[in-house]
Design a protein around this ligand. Structure first.
Ligand SMILES: Cc1cc2nc3c(=O)[nH]c(=O)nc-3n(C[C@H](O)[C@H](O)[C@H](O)COP(=O)(O)OP(=O)(O)OC[C@H]3O[C@@H](n4cnc5c(N)ncnc54)[C@H](O)[C@@H]3O)c2cc1C
Length: 454
């Protein structure tokens, strides 16, 4: 898996699931390429998540089409290490040309000719095309409201590993998407006093009528949606495969002792304040759950499918005290809170990409991953082409389409008009009659392939 050239047709940056999928499809199409990864294959699954994390989708779903998780029940949820191992094994199976431990530090467009100059921690590479597969979740975001208080331990969910890592005492978890609610649940089970700040969220059922929600999203066409919809861009999804996979039940967690709070508003002199939106946020999550159950029931009837009824899924526990009388503020010292975990998401970081393809907010401009800059592609970003784009199974299909686009572009560029073809035939004849041992056109083609103009 090493590169002995300083030029390549297509350079893929990043060897997470997106980079591995890209390499598979480029290999299938015979596109000369190289994948550069600054750490190890699937490093983010390996070391950038908490110890007990399991996949949010079952093993039959959260995988590439060509390989199952070996030794894992298809309905089980793979651990983060099993997911990392899966991608390593997958890449090995087709001998993916991946160089690990090499960071791409800069990509600059060539002037007066196509292609890019790519600076890496291991030298310069000329590439005709670059596929940016550096992940949907690159830089942990902590909002500016975070207090400047040296007595508080504050960390992003990306840096949380396990309860023992935190100092003794109560914990405030800000953000109740999949990460926040899973971490809060783990801390509660470990005997911590937990405060969970709950914003707008979707809350699908883990399973309904003997089918996982991943299945329902698939058959109902939800994974195929091209955009989150107006006003829904910041709605997080609360789902978990932990403890065998259960529907996230905020009220249930509150009945077990977790203190639910509305959206975090501010911190001042040790006092945290919260919006009075907890009940509304829970209601919105309930509505989302019910709408999926309704759509599932309608699908069952319309298609005459024999799936058992599941009335339990519609049961919503009574509102706990913290919902009926929500706290507007919390004195952190009095509550014994000395740790805040910010489960507040990630942003992208393309500081190393010096190309003219970003909008005024710094977001890449692209059409289903094909950027405005010819030869530059993005892969794995949320809603790159559809809702599944940033997830394991979805990125594989986006990678396939982008690889096809690259192969098509290569075919356009290899087109020669009649006069060029005549000229080439003439050269070939001259080479033949001169009795050259090495076929000129073949060696030209070989060279062209190496530098990727073919
Ligand atoms: C907590 C959490 C749980 C998730 N659970 C699931 C789940 O259960 N199922 C699911 O389908 N999805 C899940 N996702 C979403 C998604 O699958 C993951 O984020 C996944 O890691 C994305 O894969 P990727 O290859 O696009 O990016 P990444 O895994 O982030 O890989 C990008 C790679 O690029 C490398 N890189 C970055 N910059 C450079 C550079 N300049 N030079 C060289 N290399 C570079 C990085 O080291 C990294 O290895 C989860 C996400 C999070 C945060």
């Amino acid at each position: 898996m090493t590169a002995d050239k300083s030029s390549i047709d297509t350079l893929v940056v990043g060897a997470g699931q997106a980079g591995v999928a890209m390499s598979e499809h480029l290999s299938r199409l015979g596109v000369p390429h190289l994948v550069l990864e600054r750490d190890r294959i699937a490093e983010r699954w390996r070391t950038c998540r908490w110890d007990s994390l399991v996949a949010n989708g079952p093993a039959w779903h959260d995988r590439f089409p060509g390989m199952e998780f070996e030794g894992l029940d298809p309905d089980a949820f793979a651990t983060k290490d099993q997911v990392a191992d899966y991608f390593e094994t997958y890449a090995r199976r087709f001998n993916a040309p991946i160089r690990t431990g090499v960071e791409v530090t800069s990509v600059v467009r060539q002037t007066g000719r196509p292609g890019f100059t790519v600076e890496t921690s291991d030298g310069t590479i000329e590439a005709n095309r670059v596929v940016v597969a550096t992940g949907p979740f690159q830089r942990p975001v902590i909002p500016t409201i975070a207090p400047r208080d040296a007595n508080l331990t504050q960390l992003h969910s990306a840096d949380y590993r396990n309860p023992a890592q935190l100092p003794e005492g109560a914990v405030l978890v800000v953000g109740a998407g999949s990460s926040g609610v899973q971490i809060a649940d783990e801390l509660l089970r470990a005997g911590r006093r937990v405060y969970l700040s709950v914003g707008a969220h979707d809350r699908p059922p883990r399973a309904y009528r003997n089918r996982d929600f991943c299945w329902w999203l698939g058959v109902l066409g939800e994974w195929d949606k091209e955009a989150a919809g107006p006003g829904r861009e910041h709605v997080t999804i609360a789902v978990s495969g932990a403890y065998g996979g259960k529907t996230i039940d905020f009220r249930g967690l509150a009945h077990q002792g977790m203190m639910l709070l509305g959206t975090t508003k501010s911190f001042e002199n040790g006092l945290a304040t919260f919006e009075q939106d907890l009940a509304a946020n829970l209601k919105r999550g309930d509505d989302n759950l019910m709408s999926l159950l309704d759509a599932a029931d309608a699908y069952v009837i319309r298609n005459g499918i024999d799936l058992p009824e599941d009335p339990e899924a519609r049961v919503i526990p009574p509102d706990p005290e913290c919902v009926t009388h929500p706290l507007a503020e919390l004195d952190l010292t009095k509550a014994g809170v000395n740790t805040i975990i910010w489960a507040t998401g990630y942003s992208i970081d393309f500081g190393w990409l010096h190309v003219d393809t970003f909008d005024e907010k710094g977001k890449p401009r692209h059409l289903r991953g094909v950027s405005k800059e010819p030869g530059l592609y993005f892969l794995g970003l949320p809603y790159l082409s559809h809702r599944g784009s940033s997830f394991i199974w979805g990125v594989w299909h986006d990678a396939k389409r982008i690889a096809d686009h690259i192969a098509t572009q290569r075919r356009y560029l290899s087109y020669h008009d009649a006069s060029q073809r005549r000229q080439e035939a003439g050269h070939a004849r001259t080479a033949d009659s001169s009795g050259a041992e090495c076929d000129g056109s073949a060696s030209h083609a070989h060279r062209a392939n190496e530098i990727g103009v073919n």
